[in-house]
Write a protein that binds this ligand. Sequence first.
Ligand code: F6R
Length: 605
Amino acid sequence: MCGIIGYTGKGDAPGIMLDALELLEYRGYDSAGIALLNEGKTQIVKCAGRVKDLRTLCAEGKPVGHCGIGHTRWATHGGVCDENAHPHRFGNVTLIHNGIIENYRELIDKYHLEGQLASETDSEVVAAVLQHFYQGDPYSAIRRTVLKLKGTFALAIMFDDQPDQIFAVRNVSPIVAAVTGDGAILSSDVAAIVPFTSDYFVMPEFHVVCLKPDGVEMFDLSGDKAEIEWQKVDWDVSRSGKAGYPFYMEKEIMEQPEVIRETILPRIKDGMPDFSEEGIPDHMLADCKRICVIACGTAMHAGLVGKSLIQAMIGIHVDVVMASEFMYNDPVVDKNTLVIAISQSGETIDTLEALKFARKCGSPSISIVNVKGASIARASEHVIYTCAGPEIAVASTKAYTTQLAVLYLITARMAMARGIWQEQQTRAYINELLRVPEVLERVLSTKEEIHRLADAVLNAHDVFMIGRGLDYSILLEGSLKLKEVSYIHSEAYASGELKHGTIALITEDTPVIAVVTQEKLKSKELSNIREVQSRGARVVLLIKESETLDEGEQWSCVYRLPKMDDPFMVMPASVVLQLIAYYVSLDKGLDVDKPRNLAKVVTVE
Ligand code: F6R
């Protein structure tokens, strides 16, 4: 959460930072601000609101300079107002912060800061402590301050008397840095660096980086120079931007066939699943007695699909645990438990902490991550990268389906490694997986039809989504999508469970979306649909094109899904639900890509 940018060099720092903040806005959009260090003076422009509001302010105030730091905020401590926007300044120190300083109240007392602070934030307290220790040596002040902090932080700092220099230090919250053609840059995300260079490095925790116009230096906390480990961005830069779509969410939905291909093809050798590039040994998949998937939100919903796939094919027990709850349920993980952590950003702190705990318990681990070099990828034994490319819309779409694609591959490789499937079965499964992109292309070509389906829920207050088994897992994700981008209250409900209480909420004003894709569940699901229809609900039905429906039934809203083998029907059904959510949000005139109260990368617990 919170986007961070810092630039020093020959370029126009305000322009560079404002453009970067627009790219980083998905991390938080409660407020935005920049600070420029120029001839020993620091100028701050900041406001509650979006980066576009900051741009307007900057156009009026015309800040100038070649060295600056900028921030987009997702509020944690203190409300959304101009004062709480970053950068914060105390004495000669100006900083931006991502994370949470847990002991900020104690620091206020210890350094007698009560009454001296301009904001309610924990971040300004760090600026004050830095100022307390600063006697001309930034490294010493940073070192002494960091030792006093409890919590998570990514800090970019400028000192009035250190011209053209930006210092950074972090614990947990990420910072990446790079050298550009005319200076140096740091950010919370690779996305802001990609326009300048494809070479970057991830700052190690508790190291101090100094950005200068002619390069970057790094030191450990004892003051010794540290080696920088450079890496290459392998995102296709041409994928940046909206490519003519009104919102990133639509563009990212449309990209799914392509990014799924990119995710699976390198991991299929001679028609068989292959993780040799990732170095995942077969015994890791063959020996585990159970699996524990840890993830949050959409990634957790991908995990639930993975659970159905693995339990059905392999017959071992799979738990899917919300990472935010993991630590509070006395987790039982050990060397026989394969932990699979799933995360688009690779920075979700709950997932990261749960993974670290599981590793301490001796669990072997694989992570499925989209962002190269992210913390979760580095904290796990093996990583399988999804190739979704940058996902900018806050609501996750292509990351989800690429996570699913990896889970199909893991299922197949595991079945092979355990001798459950022979070559022929594995090939047949992989062949079906290879059909997914083309099937999704078919679904996407009917987006106008799906747009018309969305009308059925457009004006609803409450929506129910019902199905069983794998269909229920699909709907959990579909319902989350609708909630987050349309603000309609939507509940995915296991359809057999409805009559145990919740059916009391079904009326003619409650549209119901039902998904029926699993042969073995069809008759029971259709009975449950009739139960809600009998109570007046209008039903939008997603069902395989090959199914016949009783002519006598009232099916006003039916979408025919292209037929795949049952385990793969998740893919086309999910894309239809993503598009329904998208069109409802669009037709309501909402900011589809930046739903209220949300942020793309959740780095606070
Ligand atoms: C919803 C969404 C979130 C994320 C969740 C985990 O559309 O994007 O629910 O899935 O915050 O994020 P990652 O995958 O980055 O760990």
